[in-house]
Write a new protein. Structure first.
Length: 289
């Protein structure tokens, strides 16, 4: 017998309730205050639109370090696998990648249809320490040698349109959380630029590409190495909300187009005029004034 979305969401709420009892201290679980009420409202009236997918973070003490388990649940979890990502400021990129590869492998080996976030929490607590110790050893060795090169990663993302408040909130919250700078151009077309550490940019891309966002693609990636501070390579000082003058029936079925001339001018002000052709397939030209 097929399992319904409603049954899956009921199980998700039970699991969240269990996790909150396991981690009762302030800050141990970060969960949007409207996340659970949104699901509860849907369960009372399942004829309405699906609620936002549940996502939360669990802060874990592993030895002397903090490890954060980021959880994103598709509507059909636990029938489909959750999206999990363990991160820590004490982990180097390679150790973090290895840890998450093993975590994903472990979760995929479990029986489909079973709740598994508690299992994932315990696995991370039991298996993170060797990676943390290796990372510390690597740091101590590197500090005695030449300065390690860092890379600034910059992703240029194109979407047919960006309108919905829920989506925009996810974009801005994720950029802030991952210490990414750049911008989000709202309207039609929609454009996002994020810059920062590579693992943070890739995590941002993973988070915003949830299954029901169609017509989105990463058009271009810059990767710039430096022996200095990557912040010196950033083109943007914060994460900006771009909303230029619109053409067409603003607000009418959300069918309006941004003034791309203003957008081109913005790109040129940030040494990125060449990106216009990459995004739209045509060379950008500013009109004479």
């Amino acid at each position: 017998m097929a399992v319904t979305v409603k049954e899956c969401l009921e199980l998700q709420l039970l699991e969240v309730e269990m996790l909150l009892s396991m981690f009762p201290k302030r800050g141990e679980i970060s969960l949007d205050k409207d996340a659970v009420p949104s699901v509860q409202r849907y369960l009372k009236n399942a004829n309405g639109a699906l609620p936002p997918q549940l996502e939360y973070c669990i802060a874990l003490d592993v030895g002397e370090a903090k490890v954060e388990l980021q959880v994103h649940l598709p509507h059909m979890y636990p029938q489909v696998a959750p999206q999990l990502f363990a991160r820590s400021d004490a982990l180097h990129r390679e150790q973090q990648l290895q840890l998450n590869t093993r975590l994903t492998s472990h979760i995929s080996s479990l029986d489909s249809g079973d709740l598994c976030i508690c299992e994932a929490v315990q696995w991370v607590k039991d298996n993170s320490l060797p990676y943390l110790e290796n990372s510390k050893t690597s740091s101590e060795g590197a500090s005695k040698e030449v300065r390690v090169k860092e890379s600034l990663h910059r992703m240029w993302i194109y979407s047919h349109h960006i309108y919905r408040q829920e989506l925009r909130k996810k974009i801005f919250d994720s950029a802030k959380k991952l210490n990414l700078t750049g911008f989000c151009l709202t309207g039609k077309p929609g454009v996002i630029c994020v810059e920062g550490l590579q693992e943070n940019c890739e995590e941002f891309w993973r988070v915003i590409r949830y299954p029901n966002w169609k017509h989105i693609s990463c058009k271009h990636v810059d990767n710039i190495e430096t022996e200095g501070n990557i912040d010196d390579l950033r083109l943007f000082h914060g994460f900006e909300d771009l909303q230029f003058q619109a053409h067409g029936g603003y607000g009418l079925r959300n069918d309006y187009h941004m003034d791309l001339g203003q957008f081109l001018e913005f790109l040129k002000q940030h040494q990125s005029g060449h990106i216009f052709q990459i995004l739209f397939g045509v060379e950008g030209k500013l009109s004479d004034k």
